[in-house]
Design a protein around this ligand. Structure first.
Ligand code: ADP
Ligand code: MG
Length: 666
C-alpha cells in the first residue's frame, strides 16, 4: 500500500488553540555516554568524558589538562545506564502526544560507533527505543481505540533511508528516489512512500526486519553504508472520532538513526567514501545551520538545503515534541567528534518547537462520498465491520421496517443505529418535503452533518409547539379561574367562547372585490344627488349587469353594516365588483383631482388613493418643471404612473372624494 506521509484530501478543522499561539515546547536534549567497547574497557586509557550528575557532564580539555569543559542538558545517561533508563526517562513521556494528534520525533545523533543504532534499535537482549516505543504505542492505541471509547485508532508505519541525498523506501527498495513535498497546510509528504498498517508488534516486526535487512545487505556490500545513511522510521497514529462532530487526528512519530557526525576530513576518505561523507556532511552541516537559524530567530531557516532537514521540518522548530539523543564515546580517539557532538547538542536545546494538534473533519463527513468501510475504519476494525455488514444485510433491523423500499436511505448512517422516534420523524419530514415538491436531496440521503442540522431544527420546532401548548393550557386555566370568581362574567364569557370568531375577509390586494350595497329604501332616504350616482357592475360569474341607483353610504356603525349585509344576501355572495360612475360625478371628481394636482402640497397629494410619498414628490417636481396639469391624464407623463393604472386611479379617487364629501370633511 503506497501512501503519502500525511493525509491528503483533508480539511484542517483547527490547530488546537489556533486562536492563541501554541505553547512552546523546547527541543529536549539528552546525552548518552556508551561504555568502552572492544576490550578497551578503560584499562589502557582513562575516559575523556565524565558524568557529573543526571543532567551534566564534563570533558577534559586536551590543550590544558587542568581545565574541563562542562555541559548541561535535559538528561545525561552514563555508561552504566540501561536501555530502559533512556527510554523511560526521555522517550516514553512524549508518546502520549501522538494520541492528542501531535507530532513527536526522536533523533539519535553522534559520531559513528558512539552507540546511535544501539540506542535506537538495540539488540534482542537489549531492545532499544524503536521496539520499546512501538510496543507501548500499539498497546496505548489498543486501549484508547477499544470498543466504546470515543475514538477509533489505527497505526501505520513507513521506513526510509536518506542515502547520498536520495530518499529510499526501505519497505519497497525498488521504488527509487522519492520526493519530499509540503502541502498547503505545511505537512511534509513523501508521495509514493509505502505505508503499512500495523496492529501488533508481530506486524511491525514482519515489515521492519526485512526492511532493516535491505539496509544491512547494503551495508555489507558498501562497507558500512548503514552508518552513512539516515534511517527514518515513521509511525503514524490516525484517530477518527466515532460520534459527532467526527473529528480526525493524526500524530506522526519519527524515530531517526542519523548517519555518523564524524569529521570526514580526518578519516582520509576517498572516492565513494568521500562522496558519501560529503553528502552526510552536507545534511548534518545543514542540520547545524537550521538549528542556528532557529536559535537566532532568522527569517529564513534553510530546511530545503538538504533532504534530512526538509524531512525534519516538522520536528525542528516545527510542530513536534522532539528529543535529540546525542551519543558519545569515552575513547580518546573520539575526543574531537565528542566535543563537536556536544556543541551541536548544546545549540539544539535552545530550539523552541510549537506543537499543535493536527485535527480535521473526517472526509466522509465533509462530502457525501461513499467510502468503503475499509477506508473509514482502521485495519483491525475492517474484519469486525465486515461481520456486522453481513449481519445487517442478513437480518434487517426492526426499526428499519417502516421504511419503504422506494425510499432512499442514506448510505452514510445506519438507520438501525438511530432512535426509532427520530427515524419516524425524519421519514415523515422526508415525505412532507416530497409532497411539497421540494427539489434537492431527500432528507435521509443528505450528508450526516446537514441531517444533524435538520434534526436539530425539527427538535426546536417541537419544543416551540410544546411551549405554545403550555401557554394555551395556562390561558385556559386562567379563564376557568375567572369563571369561578365571577359567575356573571362566566355567562358572557362562555357565550363569547362558544361563538365562532368573526371571519375577516382580507381584501387589501383587491380593492374592488367587495362592495356593500344599501337597500333601495335607505338610499332613497338619502339626499339624492345626481352627481353621486354610482353604478356597480358585476364582474365575475354570469355576465349579468346589475344596475343600482343611489349614492355611496359611508358608515362606521358595524351593526348597521351587518344588517345591510344581511339584507342583500345575493349580492354578498358575489365576490368581485366593478364601479361605473355617472358622467357628472366623474367630471366633478376629475376637476377635484386636477385642482389637487395643481395646488396640493406633497402631503395633500398623498391623500389621493395610490399616491405614496415617492409619487407625490414626483408630481410636485413635475409641476415645478412643466407648469400646471391641464388634465388628470397628464399624470401618465409623470414617471411611475402608467396609462393602464389611470382608469382605476380615477375611479378609486372619485369614489374616495365622493365618500369624503358625504361623510363630511376628510
Ligand atoms: P553507531 O550506530 O553510532 O555507529 P553503534 O550503535 O553501532 O554505533 O555502536 C557501536 C558499538 O558499540 C556496537 O557494537 C554496540 O553494540 C556498542 N554499543 C553502543 N552503545 C552501547 C552501550 N550503551 N552498551 C553496550 N554497548 C554499546
Ligand atoms: Mg549506526
Amino acid at each position: 500500500m503506497a501512501a503519502a506521509t500525511s493525509g491528503a484530501g483533508r480539511c484542517r478543522l483547527s490547530k488546537v488553540g489556533s486562536g492563541r499561539r501554541p505553547p512552546p515546547a523546547r527541543v529536549r536534549v539528552a546525552v548518552r555516554l556508551r561504555p568502552f567497547v572492544d576490550g578497551t574497557s578503560g584499562t589502557s586509557e582513562p575516559p575523556c568524558v565524565r558524568g557529573i550528575d543526571s543532567c551534566s557532564l564534563e570533558v577534559a580539555n586536551w590543550r590544558n589538562y587542568q581545565e574541563t569543559l562542562k555541559y548541561q542538558f535535559d538528561a545525561f545517561y552514563g555508561e552504566r545506564s540501561s536501555q530502559q533508563d533512556i527510554y523511560a526517562g526521555s522517550v516514553q513521556p512524549i508518546l502520549r502526544h501522538l494520541l492528542e494528534g501531535q507530532n513527536a520525533s526522536v533523533l539519535a545523533y553522534g559520531p559513528t560507533g558512539a552507540g546511535k543504532t544501539h540506542t535506537m534499535l538495540g539488540s534482542p537482549e537489549q531492545p532499544g527505543v524503536i521496539p520499546r516505543a512501538l510496543m507501548d504505542l500499539l498497546q496505548m492505541t489498543r486501549e484508547e481505540g477499544a470498543e466504546g471509547r470515543p475514538w477509533a485508532l489505527s497505526v501505520t508505519m513507513s521506513y526510509l533511508e536518506i542515502y547520498q541525498e536520495k530518499v529510499l523506501d526501505l519497505l519497497d527498495p525498488a521504488s527509487g528516489d522519492l520526493v519530499i513535498r509540503e502541502d498547503c497546510r505545511g505537512n511534509i509528504l513523501i508521495p509514493g512512500l509505502t505505508q503499512k498498517p500495523i496492529t501488533s508488534f508481530a506486524d511491525f516486526e514482519r515489515h521492519f526486519l526485512p526492511a532493516s535487512g535491505n539496509r544491512t545487505v547494503g551495508a555489507t556490500r558498501l562497507n558500512q553504508r548503514s552508518s552513512r545513511s539516515h534511517a527514518v522510521l515513521l509511525v503514524k497514529v490516525d484517530q477518527r472520532e466515532r460520534l459527532a462532530p467526527f473529528r480526525q487526528r493524526e500524530g506522526k512519530l519519527y524515530l531517526i538513526d542519523l548517519a555518523g557526525s564524524e569529521d570526514n576530513r580526518r578519516t582520509g576518505n576517498q572516492g565513494l567514501r568521500l562522496k558519501e561523507s560529503g553528502a552526510i556532511n552536507t545534511s548534518l552541516f545543514v542540520l547545524g545551520k537550521v538549528v542556528d537559524a532557529l536559535n537566532q530567530g532568522l527569517p529564513r531557516v534553510p530546511y530545503r538545503d538538504s533532504k534530512l532537514t526538509r524531512l525534519l521540518q516538522d520536528s525542528l522548530g516545527g510542530s513536534a515534541h522532539s528529543i535529540l539523543i546525542a551519543n558519545i564515546a569515552p575513547e580518546r580517539r573520539f575526543y574531537l567528534d565528542t566535543v563537536s557532538a556536544l556543541n551541536f547538542a548544546a545549540r539544539s536545546k535552545e530550539v523552541i518547537n510549537r506543537p499543535f494538534t493536527n485535527e480535521s473533519l473526517q472526509l466522509h463527513v465533509l462530502a457525501p462520498v461513499k467510502l468503503s468501510q475499509k477506508e473509514l475504519l482502521g485495519p483491525s476494525e475492517v474484519k469486525k465491520a465486515q461481520g456486522s455488514e453481513e449481519e445487517e444485510i442478513g437480518s434487517p433491523e426492526p426499526t428499519a421496517a417502516p421504511v419503504s423500499a422506494s425510499q432512499k436511505l442514506s448510505p452514510l448512517q445506519k438507520l438501525s443505529s438511530m432512535d426509532p422516534a427520530m427515524l419516524e420523524r425524519l421519514l415523515s419530514l422526508d415525505r412532507l418535503l416530497g409532497s411539497q415538491g421540494t427539489q434537492g436531496t431527500p432528507l435521509l440521503n443528505t450528508p450526516r452533518r446537514e441531517r444533524m442540522v435538520l434534526i436539530k431544527t425539527v427538535e426546536e420546532k417541537e419544543l416551540e409547539i410544546e411551549r405554545l401548548k403550555m401557554k394555551q393550557k395556562e390561558l385556559e386555566a386562567k379563564v376557568l379561574a375567572q369563571e369561578a370568581s365571577d359567575p356573571k362574567e362566566k355567562e358572557n364569557f362562555s357565550l363569547t367562547m362558544l361563538r365562532p370568531l368573526p371571519r375577516r375577509t382580507v381584501t387589501a390586494a383587491k380593492p374592488l372585490k367587495k362592495a356593500v350595497v344599501m337597500p333601495l329604501q335607505l338610499i332613497q332616504e338619502q339626499a339624492a344627488s345626481p352627481s353621486t350616482e354610482i353604478h356597480i357592475l358585476k364582474k365575475k360569474g354570469r355576465k349579468r349587469k346589475v344596475r343600482l341607483t343611489g349614492g355611496l353610504r359611508c358608515t362606521s356603525n358595524l351593526t348597521e353594516l351587518e344588517s345591510l349585509d344581511a339584507s342583500e344576501p345575493e349580492e354578498k355572495a358575489e365576490d368581485c365588483w366593478e364601479l361605473q360612475i355617472s358622467p357628472e360625478l366623474l367630471a366633478h371628481g376629475r376637476q377635484k383631482i386636477l385642482d389637487l394636482l395643481n395646488e396640493g402640497s406633497a402631503r395633500d397629494l398623498r391623500t389621493l388613493q395610490r399616491i405614496g410619498q415617492k409619487k407625490a414628490q414626483l408630481i410636485v417636481g413635475w409641476r415645478e418643471l412643466h407648469g400646471p396639469f391641464t388634465q388628470v391624464e397628464d399624470l401618465e407623463r409623470v414617471e411611475g404612473i402608467s396609462g393602464k393604472q389611470m382608469e382605476s386611479f380615477l375611479k378609486a379617487n372619485i369614489l374616495g372624494l365622493a365618500a369624503g364629501q358625504r361623510c363630511g370633511p376628510s
